[in-house]
Design a protein around this ligand. Sequence first.
Ligand code: ATP
Length: 227
Amino acid sequence: MLRLEGVTAGYGPVQALFGVDLAVAPGQVVALMGRNGMGKTTTIRAVMGLAATWGGRVLLEGRDLAGLAPNARARLGLGLVPEGRRCFAPLSVAENLRASARPGPWDRRAVEALFPRLAERRGQRAGTLSGGEQQMLAIARALMTNPRILLLDEATEGLAPAIRGEIWSAITRLKAEGEAILLVDKSVRELLPLADACMVLERGRSVWSGPPAALTPQLAGRYLGLA
Ligand code: ATP
């Protein structure tokens, strides 16, 4: 479904990715892992066309995305939930959802069933939602585009434990419904049971990939700084 082959990328003259290989199959949840600053967000941005790719290839269902702008990639089926949960603050929850709607099974009713809080807050301006509610709205907006694959960057960061729990259970339901997801999150304990495969980045390079069960405490210590 989504494949990265030897992707190199950077910001201005500064190289951040030195060869990233990654594959997400249909219905698969892939955890993109690594310590802070190792290139996870840059990888997501390179997939979406938000970071300039210097070399290598990003393929969606076999199609090379080179040269395509982020909105063209979104139309082809990439649903990004960016770090920092950007919503249209002056617009209501309903308007935010409507603005990203494209035909498919994910409509307002479906995303409100996933996040009942959004139904309660339908008429409220997005800018006045809590951080957790804004994150739910950001996920709902990406789903409303009916993507082939969801790209979730730090969806639970900085949120209260109860809300984090709600977001993890929503992601669990998305997995059960067969959504393909590329997931970056620092909460390794929640992330690993959900992941079908893990991919570890170190200094912008793919250094390890495998099923979560193969990520031994030794490897987790070495690559993720976990004791
Ligand atoms: P974190 O978990 O802290 O978000 P990350 O693994 O997502 O880290 P990236 O944000 O992708 O890492 O950063 C990878 C490298 O690129 C880092 O060295 C970082 O300093 C650099 N970098 C990221 N964004 C920019 C930018 N806008 N301009 C210049 N360098 C950047």
